[in-house]
Design a protein around this ligand. Sequence first.
Ligand code: FMN
Length: 239
Amino acid sequence: MTDPTKDVTGRSSPSSRTISLPKPRLSSDVSVEEALGARRSIRDFENVPISLADISQLLWAAQGITHFDGLRTAPSAGALYPLEAYAVVGIVSDLRAGVYRYRPDGHELERIAEGDRREQLCYAALSQSAVHNAAVVIVLTAVYERTTGKYGQRGNRYVHMEIGHTAENVCLQAITLGLGTVVIGAFEDHRVKTILNLPREQDPLYLVPIGKSLDNKYEASLPRGVRHSVGVKKRKGAV
Ligand SMILES: Cc1cc2nc3c(=O)[nH]c(=O)nc-3n(C[C@H](O)[C@H](O)[C@H](O)COP(=O)(O)O)c2cc1C
């Protein structure tokens, strides 16, 4: 397994806490309608890794930059972008278990903490097993002040609308990758904040566990384009 924080000679890259993500792909064989029709909450996952390309695609769907002015995949009131995305990585090919912050600017990850935190996160989420069993859990957080600074109280409403846009982007993107998701709102905020080492002004809003569904019937129900790409990935050894 190659370590993306090391160069070809095995030395650490200039900032070994920074991991470049592969470029997101901008097309697929799955239509928006097919992804909408196939989305279902999945809570039981196979113990198999997903790929770094999958992580790249999912985080890009969440908050990736799609315009030279810095505009992103999800709309944002006043383009103030109050949301942050983290990946609590369990089993991802070519990425060590740990907590990573997504930096939309460079489409890269910043390693925040080492080690598998899924069990702790599961405990913080009232022992919901999906959090423990997922290959990765994307945690969406908000810095309310970025939006309330301009819009006052109403900014709180805007932030909550934005988290919905962003989470749905992740759920639909996951379908195209042959992966299952569930959005989780039930958790203890202070525990999640501690596990992710979040700054004081940042609040967790959603946990999104992601992995390959344990239910073969679910895979069989996925659109034809997805079944094809899952077959290709299986042959290549990821998922
Ligand atoms: C705001 C919100 C919070 C949710 N929190 C949880 C949760 O804590 N645990 C869980 O298993 N599902 C959670 N869900 C998922 C719902 O249970 C699920 O969407 C619903 O049962 C409908 O099923 P479907 O997603 O398969 O259409 C949440 C959904 C929303 C929108």
